[in-house]
Structures are given as C-alpha cells and as structure tokens.
Design a protein around this ligand. Structure first.
Ligand code: 13P
Ligand code: SF4
Length: 299
C-alpha cells in the first residue's frame, strides 16, 4: 500500500483531519484536507468534528489548534518545527515589558506561544491585524512580537503602536533592491509582499497581503505575471490553482526551514504513532483562548 493510501486509511480509522499551512512542501499540501493561512487554519481547527488534527505547520499553529479544540488530539508531525519569531518573546519577558506601560492593551500576533497569548488582550493574524487594532478603540497600544507588522498596522490605523523588537527572519531579509530586481526581470508583473516585510519593502511593492489574501487575490487577478515576496512555498499553491498566471519569487532563497521540516513520511508517522502530541496546560489554554476568541469574534 502506498503512503497516501495508508494515510487515507489511518485518517478514516482515527477520524483525523490534516491541516496544512500555505508554506508547506507540495506533497504535504496535496495530502492535506485543508490548506490555508493562519487565520483560516485557526477557524478551521475551532470548527472541526474530527477527533485528531494533524497540524502541518509550526508549533504555535498546533498550539492554537489545541487551545481552540481542547477535546481533540493535536499532532505536530515534526516536533522541532517552531517559529523563530514566536521564540523572540516569552511570557516572563512580556509580563516585565507590559508592566512598564500600565493601562495599555497588548495585541499579540498569532505567531506567539500560547503562554504569550495568555498574557495578551487580543490576538491577530496578518489578515486581520488592522481590524483588530481598530476594534480596541484606543490610541496607543503594545504589539508583540513583529515590529514590521506593527509598523505597517500603525500606518494603516494611525494608532501609536509600541512594538516588541521581533521579526520573521524570512521576511525581514527582503530589501527594496529585491523588489527592484524582480521588477526589472518581470516588467509586466504586479508585486505582492507579505506584511511581515519591512515597511520600505512594502512601499516598493504594489500590494501587502497575507498568504490567504494572496490566494484570494490570485483568483481575481487580470495580471499575467505576479512577483511574490513571501516564503516561496506558497508559489506551489498559487501556480496549481491559477495555471494561466505566472508566479515568480521576489527572492528564490526566501525559505522558512521550519516550515519545510514536515514531510509526507512524518505525516504518516504522526498518524501511525500519535506523535507529537501538543498539549497546552489548561490554565494557560483558558487565558490564551480568551485572546484568540476575541480576535475570532471581530474578524
Ligand atoms: P499568514 O499565512 O497568516 O499570512 O502567515 C504567514 C506566516 O508567516 C506564518 O508563519
Ligand atoms: Fe515564523 Fe517566519 Fe517561518 Fe512564519 S515564515 S514560521 S513567521 S519564521
């Protein structure tokens, strides 16, 4: 029996569902029941009937699923798949930092551990960050951990945002020079970048979009060519769904090694052995759920 047949059989017998982020490798995206961005995957995890969720992404995503679906078994096929940006702040650091700003609300990007979410007022993703910030009805707030997303949202909303000094190493490395070079190579192309990129890169591009927004925009575009300034894994999905459009990476080397750690073999192993189960302690999960649910309620 082939790996895909074995996976299908195990999914049936364990009443399992496979969720995958848009940056996952092609064989994992193809094996998944649902592929999406951080917000879509959170919503999906919250509404599933399944007993087991195999989460093909990085740890904070599996933790979010475990928080939203505490009665389900959430498996992360590769236990080392973390997010270096999420690891740039822990709960103790956030407690100390926010104590210096009494009365200010804390918005945490979904790319954080459950314990950091538990210390925050509301969560956001790159799809809904501006809406979340506006929903607070305050002029000044704290934002963790992505300083690039914070700067972009501050400009979109006109709010004073004090940001933690974190960033995604994949998106932070893009430069306006990458965008200029891509435009020179593909003069007919529109350029899309992710809001985790620095502001000068966003300004050099035509649109700033979350990965889910890129998927939606690709279905509507009339452009023959698109340059994509994000982790290159998304190009597989964009090209597969839109064969008439040519997609080019703004930089070939924009790869998140953690997103690439999950393979079909590890997905199969996860289903066979029940590894690696992600469990969030109930006291932390309850408080983290408050921040995540606050986000889901407004978006
Ligand atoms: P989105 O898929 O929500 O745009 O997030 C990108 C990302 O960096 C996830 O790690
Ligand atoms: Fe974290 Fe960036 Fe990798 Fe996303 S792409 S998991 S934000 S390091």
């Amino acid at each position: 029996m082939g790996r895909l047949d074995r996976i299908a059989e195990l999914k049936r017998s364990k009443n399992a569902v496979i969720l995958a982020h848009n940056y996952q490798v092609p064989e994992v995206q193809d094996a998944a029941d649902f592929v999406g961005d951080s917000l879509e995957l959170s919503r999906k995890a919250a509404g599933l009937e399944a007993d087991t969720i195999v989460f093909c992404g990085v740890r904070f995503m599996a933790e979010t699923a475990a928080v939203l679906a505490p009665d389900k078994t959430v498996l992360l096929p590769e236990v080392e798949a973390g997010c270096p940006m999420a690891d740039m702040i822990n709960a103790r650091e956030l407690r100390t930092w926010k104590a210096g700003y009494p009365g200010l609300k804390v918005v945490c990007y979904v790319n954080t551990s459950a314990e950091v979410k538990a210390e925050s007022d509301i969560c956001c993703t790159s799809s809904n960050a501006a809406a979340v910030v506006k929903s607070l009805g305050v002029d000044k707030l704290l934002f963790v951990p992505d300083k690039n997303l914070a700067a972009y949202v501050a400009r979109q909303t006109g709010k004073a945002i004090i940001a933690w000094d974190g960033y995604c190493y994949v998106h932070h490395r893009f430069t306006p020079g990458d965008i200029e070079a891509a435009r020179a190579s593909h003069p007919a192309a529109e350029v899309w970048v992710h809001p985790e990129c620095p502001l000068d890169v966003i300004d050099a591009a035509d649109k700033a979009l979350s990965t889910g927004q890129m998927v939606a925009e690709a279905r509507k575009t009339t452009k023959p060519e698109i340059v994509v300034g994000t982790e290159t894994g998304i190009i597989y999905r964009l090209a597969k769904e839109n064969p008439a459009v040519a997609f080019y990476p703004a930089r070939e080397t924009a790869l998140c090694v953690h997103m690439k750690m999950t393979t079909l073999d590890k997905v199969l192993r996860a289903l066979e052995t029940g590894t690696h189960r992600i469990v969030v302690p109930p006291d932390i999960a309850d408080r983290a759920r408050g921040a995540i649910q606050a986000m889901l309620d407004i978006s």
